[in-house]
Design a protein around this ligand. Structure first.
Ligand code: ZN
Length: 337
């Protein structure tokens, strides 16, 4: 057994980066060089060339060597000597680790940041992304949503072809001359979720038989105009982006990745639009009606009818629940005619 060759030598384990097994060595500082012997071969590295990866808590101190090898030191017995050799300058993270007050401040700042991100930043970021994405790309990204929903909640529609073509004509006259809405299509379905209409991000408006049978024919253009508003303003894509971004933020802050695992269809039926989006879609419909010289009384009748559905309690109108109350919506029409 060789005696310790240098008074300030530190015991360490040397890993050469090729074999897993380490070799115990004594490391000393010789005029700015880190020196140790491995099987009588001398290794020497300038201290300034040695970079240390981040390490936490009581884990050993690991120095990365320029030859691809590493040296592992016991933290408790070696850190003060390594600091005096200027190999160890405490990282920002480690300095903070020993100061609970700073941790508390960082915690508060993180929560404030997360709330700010969720409340202000996420809707903005989502809006930018949504409007920067071409409609064709949206269809490509979101084209499978209806297929997913068909598996979960929809059955084929029982409407006859004549009724379907009437609604398609109504849609066409609403979007006439609006290139940005020319990709919009109708899809008819029967559904367990009752009277329902919504716009998918790819520009498909889904109408359920239950809704079409319940509403007077002259109110259907109002339904379509409202859904066109959601499409024009890219509400669903923005909401999906917000959820995805919020999920990412939550996953980062909580370390729980499971929040990211969720399907589009589930989000679609589990969550409502914000009041703000509904109001925007209502305003879009009113403006479209005014521009095309349509009778706003049909819009008022639509909201009265939907309002009565809300109150009846006999149907599972989860989609309708998310809309503002009938009086509020009718008020909006009267303010804007
Ligand atoms: Zn809506």
């Amino acid at each position: 057994m060789r005696s310790n060759p240098h008074p300030t030598a530190l015991p360490a384990i040397y890993f050469n980066g090729e074999v897993l097994k380490g070799t115990p060595v004594n490391v000393y500082n010789d005029a700015g060089q880190l020196v140790f012997l491995v099987n009588d071969t001398k290794h020497a590295f300038a201290l300034r060339n040695i970079k240390r990866p981040e390490s936490f808590g009581n884990a050993p101190i690991v120095l990365d060597l320029p030859n691809g090898g590493t040296l592992e030191f016991d933290r408790e017995s070696c850190s003060s000597t390594l600091q005096s050799w200027k190999v160890l300058s405490l990282s920002w993270f480690e300095k903070v680790q020993y100061h609970p007050t700073q941790w508390l401040l960082i915690g508060i700042a993180s929560i404030a940041f997360a709330i700010g991100l969720y409340g202000q930043g996420l809707p903005l970021i989502s809006k930018w992304i949504a409007f920067a994405t071409p409609p064709a790309k949206l269809s490509e990204l979101m084209g499978n949503v209806l297929i997913e929903l068909d598996d979960v909640i929809f059955q084929p529609s029982n409407l006859d072809d004549q009724a379907k073509s009437t609604y398609k004509q109504q849609l066409n006259s609403l979007i006439a001359g609006r290139a940005e809405l020319s990709h919009v299509r109708l899809a008819f379905r029967s559904s367990k979720i009752g009277p329902n209409a919504f716009a998918l991000p790819d520009g498909t408006i889904v109408l359920t038989d239950e809704l079409l049978n319940f509403l007077p024919a002259k109110t259907i253009p109002g339904v379509l105009a409202h859904e066109l508003g959601h499409i024009q303003l890219r509400h669903m894509f923005r909401r999906l982006l917000q959820n995805a971004l919020a999920g990412t933020a939550i996953a980062i802050f909580s370390g729980d990745v499971s929040v990211l695992i969720s399907t589009l269809g589930t989000q679609l039926i589990a969550q409502h639009y914000s009041r703000e989006f509904e109001r925007e879609a209502d305003l879009f419909a009113i403006e479209l009606f005014v521009k095309q010289g349509r009778d706003l009384a049909a819009l008022e009748l639509l909201h009265e009818k939907l309002g009565s559905l809300d109150g009846s309690g006999s149907t599972d109108s989860s989609y309708l629940d998310s809309h503002p109350g009938a009086e509020e919506r009718i008020q909006l029409i009267r303010e804007n005619q």
